[in-house]
Write a protein of this length. Structure first.
Length: 135
């Protein structure tokens, strides 16, 4: 499980990408960057991003670093969720402008922790941009 999810939102629409470094096309970061730049309005003042992915597997580390560097280069605030070696499901709601995240670990912990504690205990690391919060 070495994939990453990048979501870039303007508060209404989202570009959501599932990238697996073991897939040859996902090793061409220039191609990924060009695709992202075609899809987003860089002039939007509401852009923000989230990256979900395993950063413990070698290929995933490079992909995550490239995605984080691109968000910095484009000036897009970005929250980072370092996932354990487990599947994590991600969804974006444009109605509430929020991300929803689920995994077996989160679902299990919701049985005895509140949602914020379950989320924080299910990721290896969470770095929130100044626009985001856990609710």
């Amino acid at each position: 499980i070495d994939c990453s999810v990048l979501g870039i939102s303007n508060g209404q629409d989202v570009l959501l990408m599932h990238l697996c470094p073991s897939h040859p096309d996902n090793n061409d970061f220039k191609k990924i960057k060009d695709f992202i730049l075609e899809k987003i309005d860089q002039e939007s003042k509401n852009l923000k991003a989230a990256i979900f992915g395993s950063q413990d597997i070698c290929n995933s580390q490079e992909l995550n670093k490239n995605l984080q560097d691109l968000m910095k280069q484009l000036g897009i605030p970005c929250s980072i969720f370092k996932c354990p070696i487990a599947e994590t499901d991600v969804m974006y709601s444009s109605i509430d402008d929020e991300w929803s995240v689920s995994s077996n670990s989160i679902d299990y912990m919701l049985g005895y922790l509140n949602s914020e504690e379950a989320l924080k205990n299910s990721f290896l690391e969470i770095k929130l941009s100044h626009f985001d919060e856990i609710v």
